[in-house]
Design a protein around this ligand. Structure first.
Ligand SMILES: NC(=O)c1ccc[n+]([C@@H]2O[C@H](COP(=O)([O-])OP(=O)(O)OC[C@H]3O[C@@H](n4cnc5c(N)ncnc54)[C@H](OP(=O)(O)O)[C@@H]3O)[C@@H](O)[C@H]2O)c1
Length: 244
């Protein structure tokens, strides 16, 4: 029987992936920094306990801190996987990471390189944003006047469907980079937000919306002369004297 290790097993995509593997009768180690029923405890940032990888054939790597620490996590995992003789690692990545100029995406490119250059056979699947991730962007916006541009398009995808693809890939042979997957529809952020508002009955600031309009109209500014002297440029020069 194949033994799987799922990292990030408590996350958005880790939960359905672990469940689908278990429903299919596989032996699954579900890794988390936490402890609890059905979980194997471990922190990939500090290293990988060799017992965690004992007899593991295939890893599905889904752990993320959404930051630069993910690089160290990947280095630790792939080194340990090579030492343990793991036969296959499936890595989930994100569509467009090499062409969209974002710091977080640069980390994802580095992680793909760590995987490809490791001595472990890999399958690399890129996917578009998950539905719950897109929803989270909308719920987070009530705290922020910085809105997603309404004309940006997304192609959100269901986590159960991504999980099914990962399970299929993990059950097969290492395949290197496979075709990217994206959800069934490309929709503007504005469109998706309207759908979310309708479904939830909530009235968060729309895009552009009342809040955006208020900022655009300068409601966060005062009339008449400013108070004090320190400009933003001066503030930066005071804070970062060596650079300016
Ligand atoms: N979100 C998206 O829309 C999207 C789209 C395409 C691809 N992806 C990729 O899919 C992967 C998973 O994303 P997600 O949205 O499911 O993430 P998530 O919900 O934020 O879950 C992150 C997981 O990583 C685990 N984790 C974090 N640091 C860890 C550490 N040091 N050691 C061990 N486990 C650690 C967490 O477990 P504990 O907290 O329980 O330890 C948690 O299970 C990422 O590689 C991401 O780039 C995401």
């Amino acid at each position: 029987m194949t033994t799987f290790l799922v990292t990030g097993a408590t996350g958005r995509i880790g939960v359905p992936t672990t469940a689908q593997l278990r429903n299919a009768g596989h032996d699954v180690r579900a890794l988390s920094r936490r402890s609890g029923p059905g979980l194997v405890t471990g922190d990939l940032l500090t290293g990988v306990d060799s017992a965690v990888l004992d007899d593991v054939d295939t890893i599905i790597h889904l752990a993320t801190t959404n930051g630069a620490k993910d690089i160290q996590v990947a280095e630790n995992l792939f080194r340990a996987a090579a030492e343990a003789g793991v036969a296959h690692v499936v890595l989930l990545s994100i569509v467009g990471i090499d062409t969209i100029p974002m710091g977080f995406y640069k980390h994802r490119v580095q992680i793909e390189e760590i995987a490809t250059n490791s001595h472990v056979p890999v399958t690399l699947q890129r996917a578009t944003q998950f539905h719950p991730f897109v929803e989270q962007m909308f719920t987070a916006q009530r705290f922020s006047p910085v809105f997603v541009s309404p004309s940006i398009r997304f192609q959100p995808i269901g986590t159960a469907e991504v999980a099914a693809r990962l399970v299929e890939l993990a059950a097969g042979d290492p395949a290197g980079r496979v075709d990217d997957i994206g959800g069934p529809e490309q929709r503007t952020a504005s469109d998706l937000l309207d759908a979310w508002k309708q479904a939830t009955g909530r009235h968060r600031p729309s895009i552009p919306g009342k809040l955006f309009k208020a900022f655009a109209a300068g409601e966060n500014l005062i009339e008449g002369p400013g108070f004090g002297n320190q400009t933003f440029k001066q503030y930066l020069a005071d804070k970062y004297p060596a650079v300016s």
